[in-house]
Design a protein around this ligand. Structure first.
Ligand SMILES: C[S@@+](CC[C@H](N)C(=O)[O-])C[C@H]1O[C@@H](n2cnc3c(N)ncnc32)[C@H](O)[C@@H]1O
Length: 265
């Protein structure tokens, strides 16, 4: 925060850059704390509870893969909760994620091959039967990065292979933006290992939703800010992004507010 008081930071909070922002999944400490959220069976925040993942994996195996053994690439695989289950169903699975704690956990505990890399810039390899990017993560990328990921996916698939996206509905993203500001205190949590106050504010501006978390720790004058953004798309906009694929089929998701899209190369 330097010379700026806490009040200055908060009063000027909307005079920020137009740059796309994501929460720091790749930061080692943040990723260690996020891993606990992925594995928690009390909520579905970072990954869904195992019971729902079991159902979703079963649907992917039967409906998307016709129960045939496949080479699968999971982009943003987190701690490998999908990959482990899909390996056990006979598939050959690779996961890529840039969260060091998640990749370390997946390598130690789960079947499959795991790579620590950024899915916007990293290499995917080739010859996959299925590439998946699930739980709404596509919407958390700047639109140009989302398109870049889709284009890279097309190159990574064999002809006839499928891209499975699970995206957030526009209504859900707009509802998130309309949530009133809120706050909480905690002894420790996702944003800090220490006692802290977290102020949270959501907005919709320039065609995208953002939620910013202002974290104030005990005995620390600095205020840490974290912003997550999501961009909504219509069905036609998804079809346009996927115009190199045919057919493009829409399916329900196991979670309200999301839906799945399977696109064939
Ligand atoms: C909502 S979580 C979903 C995790 C997993 N797919 C699941 O459902 O259990 C999103 C994941 O995407 C990863 N991620 C976000 N941006 C990424 C990037 N640029 N490169 C690689 N991984 C990324 C995060 O680290 C996180 O593990």
């Amino acid at each position: 925060m330097g010379d700026q008081s806490l009040l200055d930071v908060l009063l000027n909070r909307h005079n920020t850059t137009a740059e796309w922002q994501k929460i720091p999944w790749h930061d080692p400490d943040f990723s260690r704390r996020m891993l606990a959220e992925h594995l928690s069976q009390d909520h579905d925040l970072a990954s869904r509870r195992y019971e729902i993942i079991d159902q979703h994996v079963d649907w992917i195996h039967r409906t998307i893969l016709d129960a045939q053994p496949a080479a699968i690439l999971d982009l943003g695989c987190g701690p490998g909760l999908y990959m482990d289950r899909l390996v056990k169903l006979g598939h050959t699975c690779t996961g890529i994620d840039f969260s060091p704690a998640s990749i370390d956990y997946a390598r130690r505990n789960h079947a499959g091959t795991y790579r620590l890399d950024n899915i916007v810039t990293g290499d995917y390899g080739t010859g996959f039967d299925l590439v998946m990017l699930i739980y709404g993560e596509l919407n958390a990328f700047a639109p140009e990065d989302a398109q870049r990921i889709i284009d890279k996916t097309h190159r990574a698939l064999r002809p006839g292979g499928k891209l499975l996206l699970e995206v957030m509905s526009s209504e859900t993203i707009k509802q998130m933006a309309g949530q009133p500001p809120t706050w909480y205190t905690a002894e420790s949590g996702l944003f800090s290992d220490h006692p802290h106050l977290c102020l949270q504010e959501s907005r919709f501006e320039s065609g995208r939703q953002s939620t910013t978390y202002y974290v104030i720790e005990e005995d620390n004058e600095d205020i840490q800010t974290y912003t997550a953004m999501h961009h909504p798309c219509t069905d036609d906009e998804y079809r346009q992004m996927l115009d190199a694929f045919e057919p493009v089929i829409f399916y329900p998701s196991p979670t309200d507010g999301f839906f799945c899209i399977a696109a064939t190369k």
